[in-house]
Design a protein around this ligand. Structure first.
Ligand code: IDP
Ligand code: MG
Length: 140
């Protein structure tokens, strides 16, 4: 297995409930290392650009409204098999279907307000990391 980097976002439902530290502990306990992190408030245009891949989906407008409804914490997680590992730690998109002990099972409010984003492939991880960070921001 290779050491990978993946883009994670702690979403507005989680920052609103002051869960950044609890969620970060899940990443660290699973062997993922936070090698870059930035708190920011996305504009509508930034949310639409980040989720452009979903622009034809019925939930796109609501998702963008939600993602710019409060601060987010964007972060780069690094570790062995980090992209898949993070998806396991996050749990299923719909918290009703998420495994016990996952972030979404324990913290998500709904299928939309599901507390975290994680890249789904190496190609998307590279694109999504570059959306938020420069090479100089990432310190392994
Ligand atoms: P993922 O975050 O698990 O990769 P995606 O299918 O990529 O899930 O969807 C992106 C985000 O869009 C989800 O995390 C969730 O916030 C939102 N979303 C996905 N499906 C639905 C839905 O059916 N209704 C409302 N929001 C949804
Ligand atoms: Mg996705």
């Amino acid at each position: 297995m290779a050491v990978e980097q993946t883009l994670s976002i702690i979403k507005p439902d989680a920052t609103r409930r002051n869960l950044t530290g609890k969620i970060n502990a899940r990443f660290e306990e699973s062997g993922l290392r936070i090698v870059a992190q930035r708190r920011l408030h996305l504009s509508r245009a930034q949310a639409e650009a980040f989720y452009a891949v979903h622009k034809e989906r019925s939930f796109f407008g609501d998702l963008c409204t939600f993602m710019c409804s409060g601060p987010v914490v964007a972060q780069v997680l690094e570790g062995e098999n980090a992209i898949e590992r993070n998806r396991e730690v996050m749990g299923a998109t719909n918290p009703a279907n998420a495994d016990e002990g996952t972030i979404r099972k324990d913290f998500a409010e709904s299928i939309e307000a599901n507390s975290v984003h994680g890249s789904d492939s190496p190609e998307n991880a590279a694109i999504e990391i570059a959306f938020f960070f420069s090479a100089i921001d990432i310190v392994g």
